[in-house]
Design a binder for this molecule. Structure first.
Ligand SMILES: Cc1cc2nc3c(=O)[nH]c(=O)nc-3n(C[C@H](O)[C@H](O)[C@H](O)COP(=O)(O)OP(=O)(O)OC[C@H]3O[C@@H](n4cnc5c(N)ncnc54)[C@H](O)[C@@H]3O)c2cc1C
Length: 208
């Protein structure tokens, strides 16, 4: 039986929001040689100003690594972002017929289909047919390289992604917007909320 799960986001980089702002402030003040203007509460104002002025090169000086549990479709979209680094669960090296994967395929709940509806059942039957074909090939001795040609966009993938704050802002603007694919939007909005809670100022102006 195919396992169906919901998306998850986890920030792997330890974050101290105030320390990050102070670090960005220090980098920016090097441009103006105004380090003497640093006070206990100057960082927030400085970073807000940098963003307002579009001097975003300064906010490249801190990177955040995250782990996303999402699907192959989201991986395809997010890996188009060139100023980011990735480590992705491999469908070449993971053979899902093995015990450590529960001898099953895991897929992501489709956000636009209502669980229990007829339409959802059509989707689920498609997934199960594909899983059966995958397991049949694996049982005939085929490697993951061959079996993976059957795998759908909805397959679960764990991806680790690192980007600097400027690039995360860019990604959130594009991928939290209504024009983004629903599964990408879902996971990026979850991540945006988490990052916004942990790092003040830098993600506050991104709304949707
Ligand atoms: C709604 C939506 C629909 C899409 N549909 C399609 C589609 O149908 N087909 C398709 O192929 N892609 C599609 N994409 C992906 C899109 O074309 C981009 O590849 C992706 O959004 C990465 O964005 P980016 O190039 O702005 O940013 P990144 O790669 O994240 O780069 C960040 C910024 O750095 C700068 N930069 C990076 N590389 C260069 C460079 N070589 N030269 C100059 N400046 C650079 C740019 O300012 C860029 O905005 C879609 C994206 C969205 C959001």
């Amino acid at each position: 039986m195919v396992k169906v799960i919901s998306p998850a986001v986890e920030i792997l980089t330890p974050l101290d929001g105030e320390a990050i702002l102070k670090h960005l402030e220090l980098c920016a003040r090097n441009c103006y040689k105004s380090e003497d203007k640093i006070t206990s509460d100057s960082a927030r104002k400085m970073v807000k100003k940098l963003i307002e002025l579009g001097h975003e090169a300064m906010i490249e000086h801190f990177s955040v690594t995250v782990r996303l549990t999402t699907d192959i479709g989201v991986l395809k979209d997010l890996s188009r972002h060139r100023i980011a680094s990735f480590a992705v669960e491999s469908t070449r090296y993971c053979l899902y017929s093995k015990d450590k994967f529960g001898n099953e395929l895991t897929v992501m709940e489709p956000p636009e289909l209502e669980k229990g509806s007829e339409d959802y059942d059509v989707w689920l039957q498609g997934m199960e047919a594909m899983e059966k074909a995958y397991m049949d090939l694996a049982n005939r001795g085929y490697k993951a390289d061959v079996c993976r040609t059957l795998l759908p966009h909805g397959l679960k993938v764990e991806m680790i992604m690192t980007a600097n704050i400027r690039e995360w802002r860019h990604i959130f603007k594009l991928r939290c917007a209504m024009a983004a694919h629903p599964t990408v939007r879902q996971v990026m909005r979850m991540l945006h909320q988490k990052m916004k809670e942990q790092i003040p100022v830098v993600f506050d102006d991104i709304t949707y």
